[in-house]
Design a protein around this ligand. Structure first.
Ligand code: SF4
Length: 189
């Protein structure tokens, strides 16, 4: 349920089993670059919040990565704000809602950005490689790429969910946090 909590030490494992490709990709880039630009911090940070990561844990999680690149002092000065902001602790104190697929698909990531929807924003080669990394090949892979060619990105994501969980997902995927919670339901059943 939405009240479940996740902890920073579980994030890598949860990414492998239950994150949609957009969020797997951002975790991978965060681990690789020890940095995410603002669009990524918002899309990924709000997703983690929605998945049950508490503010203090989110700060610790992002600080552990960013401090390897910019140092913890600079993290606290320049970046902690944007994490707290996701939780409504800064600025207008809005409690920001995790982004839907529709919003993520409509994003326009620039050079060096890793947010957005891979089905929409990756080139075919990268998408094939990413799906291969999730263990998808053959007809299942071609079926997903076919949906992408027809610009049915959420259907492509739904087929990915079905291929990696061995279930049918009749409601379809419309939100990364829905993908996550449906996945947890399947795995905990
Ligand atoms: Fe993420 Fe939605 Fe795109 Fe799937 S369809 S990768 S959940 S934005």
């Amino acid at each position: 349920s939405d009240s479940a909590e996740i902890s920073p030490k579980d994030i890598d494992q949860l990414s492998r089993t239950s994150f949609p490709l957009c969020m797997r990709h951002m975790l991978e880039k965060l681990r690789e670059n020890h940095h995410l630009k603002n669009g990524g911090r918002m899309q990924f940070g709000l997703f983690l919040k929605g998945a049950g990561l508490k503010l203090e844990d989110a700060l610790a999680f992002f600080r552990a990565e960013f401090s390897q690149k910019v140092g913890s002092e600079r993290f606290d000065k320049e970046y902690a704000y944007s994490i707290r902001h996701n939780y409504g602790k800064e600025g207008k104190r809005t409690d920001y809602t995790p982004y839907s697929c529709q919003k993520i698909i409509a994003a326009t990531p620039g050079v060096g950005d890793h947010h957005g929807c891979p089905y929409r924003h990756f080139g075919e080669e990268n998408l094939r490689a990413a799906l291969n990394n999730m263990g998808i090949s053959g007809n299942a892979l071609e079926g997903i790429l076919d949906k992408v060619k027809n610009r049915h990105y959420q259907l492509a994501c739904t087929l990915t969910f079905e291929a990696t969980h061995n279930v049918s997902c009749d409601t379809g995927i419309n939100h990364p946090n829905q993908y996550f919670s449906e996945s947890q339901k399947v795995l905990q059943a």
